[in-house]
Design a protein around this ligand. Structure first.
Ligand code: NAP
Length: 258
């Protein structure tokens, strides 16, 4: 019999902004499976919302972490080293691009807008992994990041975020290769569109949801809970032979020929 029991395992979950966040759906699945959790929030603006959510999951640690500030990542690693001693699961659900870079022409993306989007949405996967690696390699671990089809296809308005997702997916493969000998697995979930704070920053997102539901095999949009369940699989031993992969949770959109 196979079951998912994550009791005694520790998960660092980054990217919870509110109850709609994909990282929040993943956190809920991990909690139900018995994992101990730490949620991080990016700035004071989100602190009370994330703390409020965390109260519904007893025992959850809440810490600030802005991935553009290395000292906040190191502070998280230090606190979790002292509290837990190891991390077995890392969820990277972080992305950001300037509003003007998601609205205007891709060709006009500013240098600093390009750098910021890639730093927050892709480089942060490497940087966070590097800084928590001493904790991750203790017992071996599993890392999951969140991507989107714009990594490999041209998607209207996705602009620089598509560039960031392409780099993110390549980073998954390179990290998986490098960390494999340490028994740390790295995978991405490429999710179909879900209405979240970040997604609503994409110009024409509502139209994207409609088109997706019309064209995909299952004829509906995915739910954040479906992303949560796929992450639970990738973070648990049920997926122990899988690393360096992008798993599509998109209701059968990508595989269609139209
Ligand atoms: P979300 O709830 O808005 O989550 C995005 C998170 O990234 C927020 O918590 C945000 O915090 C955080 N973030 C931004 N800048 C940060 C920084 N400097 N340091 C730390 N955290 C930072 O939206 P979501 O849709 O769940 O996004 C999660 C991931 O899923 C993203 O990588 C997104 O690209 C990916 N994804 C989403 C969809 C979708 O349709 N929703 C589909 C495929 C992939 P702030 O709010 O403070 O900026």
């Amino acid at each position: 019999m196979y079951s998912i029991d994550l009791s005694g395992r520790h998960a660092l979950v980054m990217g919870v902004a509110n109850h709609r966040s994909l990282s929040w759906a993943i956190a809920q699945c991990l909690h139900q499976a018995g994992a101990e959790l730490c949620l991080t929030y990016a700035g004071e603006r989100l602190q009370s919302t994330v703390e409020e959510l965390a109260r519904s999951l007893p025992g959850v640690i809440v810490l600030e972490c802005d991935v553009t500030r290395d000292e906040t990542i190191d502070a998280v690693a230090k606190t979790l080293g002292e509290r837990w001693g190891s991390i077995e699961m890392l969820v990277h659900g972080i992305a950001f691009a300037k509003k003007e870079d998601l609205e205007g022409a891709f060709v006009a993306t500013s240098r600093d807008g390009f750098q910021l989007a890639l730093e927050v949405s892709a480089y942060s996967l490497l940087n966070v992994t590097h800084r928590v690696l001493p904790l991750l390699e203790k017992n071996g671990g599993s890392i999951v990041t969140l991507s989107y089809l714009a990594a490999e296809r041209a998607v209207p308005s996705y602009n620089v975020m598509g560039s960031a997702k392409a780099v993110l997916e390549q980073s998954v493969r390179q990290l998986a290769y490098e960390l494999g000998p340490k028994n740390v697995r790295v995978n991405a979930i490429s999710a179909g569109p879900v209405s979240t704070l970040a997604a609503r920053g994409i110009h024409g997102f509502t139209d994207m949801l409609k088109k997706h539901a019309e064209r995909c095999a299952l004829k509906r949009n995915i739910t954040k809970e479906e992303v949560g369940k796929a992450a639970l699989f990738l973070l648990s031993d049920l997926s122990s032979g899988i690393t360096g992969e992008v798993i599509y949770v998109d209701a059968g959109y990508r595989m269609m020929g139209w």
